[in-house]
Design a protein around this ligand. Structure first.
Ligand SMILES: [Zn+2]
Length: 257
């Protein structure tokens, strides 16, 4: 999502040059002042550190934006001498326009919205603790931090979290997932064959386990059918798990080792 999408989505009357200047004005005003961003569906709350002069400037820009794009609902309220809160909502189906607008508040030139840890985790359907754990294990790159220390996540982090969930569903361990994702402390290039190699190894492992489980099933059914009473000295008669047939020298040897 680029800033020019603001105009294409909203069928804005601004020409491309004016739209780019408008976006640049918003970016310059919001980017350095954003302290907190919460997004909830088609609306968002931005807490901004700004004095009265910047607030007036922002109010003017919001007014211009509302005039050319009626899809917006803006509410600007002063919370303290240094803080204002901007509530932004876009009329459905213009949720993407909100992404574009929020990108103006972030320091990321990619134009992607900046998410707090909780929001990134929520979008991926995991808990914040899980997100942090993956970070410590090196599955997610360390996030950028604001001067305040607050971590910033992008949609790329959300995509990675979703990829990790998929890998878990396929039975991959975190170490294997890390290898597949190609996430390392440096920036080693991703190996395009890694997933296939790992998937083949995992499939062989899963098939081994299935064979093992099938043997267990056969033996358990036999135990039930014979009405076994004990693992040794069973009194069921022709015991499938106890008795001379099972007490082979090899078995006895294994036990005494
Ligand atoms: Zn028995």
């Amino acid at each position: 999502m680029t800033t020019t999408d603001l105009t294409s989505i909203a069928a804005c009357s601004l020409d491309a040059g004016a739209a780019a200047r408008r976006a640049a004005d918003f970016r310059a005003l919001l980017g350095p002042r954003l302290r907190r961003l919460r997004r909830d569906g088609a609306s968002a709350v931005l807490d901004l550190e700004m004095g009265v002069r910047a607030e007036r400037e922002l109010a003017g820009l919001l007014e211009l934006e509302r005039e050319c794009c009626p899809l917006w609902r803006f509410a600007l309220t002063r919370r303290s001498p240094r803080r204002v809160r901007l509530e932004v909502a876009a009329e459905p189906p213009f949720g993407d326009a909100l992404d574009a607008f929020l990108s103006l508040a972030g320091p990321h030139e990619s134009g992607e919205p900046v998410l707090r840890a909780g929001e990134a985790a929520r979008r991926a359907g995991v808990g914040v603790e899980t997100l942090r754990y993956y970070e410590r294990r090196g599955l997610l790159p360390r996030p950028q931090r604001r001067p305040s220390g607050q971590r910033e996540y992008t949609l790329d982090a959300v995509r990675r979290l979703l990829a990790i969930k998929t890998a878990q569903r396929l039975g991959f361990t975190l170490a294997e997932t890390k290898e597949i994702l190609g996430v390392t402390r440096g920036s080693a290039p991703r190996d395009p064959a890694a997933l296939r190699v790992q998937a083949e190894a995992k499939l062989a492992e899963v098939e081994d386990r299935i064979r093992g489980l099938e043997l267990m099933r056969v033996e358990l059914r036999a135990v039930i059918a014979a009405e076994c009473e004990a693992l040794i000295d069973c009194g069921c008669g022709d015991c499938p798990i106890d008795g001379p047939a099972h007490a082979t020298p090899e078995r006895l040897l294994q036990v005494t080792q």
